[in-house]
Design a protein around this ligand. Structure first.
Ligand code: CP
Length: 320
């Protein structure tokens, strides 16, 4: 059995600046092949518990754990005694004595994940909750670092719903210096105020800017990235039956490149061509969405290593 007391990644806010940069750097090294994952989690056991559908995140953490040498236990939505009334805290106390890391997609509140994270137990990874999708942001930062050499100084335009991918991106990008993050979200579908406040507080500290507007006029020029997500976020529904009318102006199309001709296109996937993005953009030469998807696995490996191991300073010597 592995040594416990793992660290948790439930929110980007759980990471110190040096942890964030370390995980991104390690994800890049795994992606580029300059770090060898083999054996880094030998003897560890990783639990993967998904209550909601997933193609990328579940496979990324499962394949990543296996590549690191860990063994896997997977739980579907109907498997745990949570369904028969066992508390989350009791479940966390039990699993925490048997697993080294639990990767969980609940699509619910962060509080549930924090209850899984019992003192002295396994590390807990948020594989997407209602408020935040932190491991998506880490894959995105890994992709940006590969593409541009650094995250600092980038100008990122996000067009679409202020969903959990958008919030994690805002919280993560604002931790880097000189970043401009601008979200254009439909009225009524913006980021929660608590997130914009937190991201702006970080941006004030790092010399970055976080802007949110609810129109698609006067888009910021010279962006490095134009990013969108699908209109129906996993695990959510929209009470207003006419919500599509609000989203129509936010479809990403070729015209958005007028003032940012060199921007790359990013999308967390899955995509619906013709809805949030045209096929021409998603499948076009500016799109790096599928490289981004591949980095879900390399960044997941970096997350697992960070959660299962000691302090980031101890990991600094890990090269392969
Ligand atoms: N981007 C993302 O989280 O994809 P999945 O829902 O397929 O995991």
């Amino acid at each position: 059995m592995g040594k416990h007391m793992g660290r948790h990644l439930i929110s980007i806010g759980d990471l110190a600046d040096h942890d964030l940069r370390h995980i991104v750097g390690q994800g890049v090294r795994f992606a580029e092949g300059s770090a060898d994952p083999r054996g880094l989690l030998d003897g560890a056991v990783v639990g993967v518990y998904f209550r909601k559908t997933s193609t990328r995140t579940r496979t990324a953490f499962s394949s990543g754990a296996l590549r690191l040498g860990a063994r896997l236990i997977t739980y579907g939505p109907d498997d745990l005694q949570l369904n028969t009334g066992e508390t989350v805290a009791d479940t966390g106390r039990v699993l925490g004595r048997m697993l080294d890391v639990l990767v969980a997609r609940t699509a619910g509140a962060e509080q549930e994940l924090r209850e899984f994270a019992q003192p002295g137990g396994m590390g807990v990874v948020n594989a997407m909750s209602a408020l935040e999708h932190p491991t998506q942001a880490l894959a995105d930062l890994t992709t940006l670092t590969q593409r541009f050499g650094a995250v600092d100084g980038l100008r990122v335009l996000y067009v679409g719903e202020g969903n959990n991918t958008c919030t994690a991106l805002a919280l993560a990008l604002s931790r880097f210096s000189g970043v401009h993050f601008e979200a254009r979200t439909p009225p009524g579908y913006g980021m929660p105020e608590s997130i914009t406040a937190a991201a702006r507080a970080q941006a004030a500290r790092t010399g970055s800017t976080v802007v949110e507007r609810h129109d698609v006029a006067d888009l910021p020029p010279d962006c490095h990235v134009i990013y969108t997500t699908r209109w129906q976020t996993t695990g959510t529904s929209k009470p207003d039956p006419h919500w599509r009318q609000a989203f129509e102006p936010y479809r990403v199309h070729r015209g958005l490149w007028r003032d940012s001709p060199d921007a790359v296109f990013m999308h967390d996937l899955p995509a619906h061509r013709g809805e949030e993005v045209t096929a021409e953009v998603l499948d076009g030469p500016r799109s790096i969405a599928f490289d981004q998807a591949a980095n879900k696995m390399t960044s997941a490996m970096a997350v697992l290593r960070w959660c299962a191991a000691g302090a980031a300073s101890e990991l600094a010597g890990v090269t392969g």
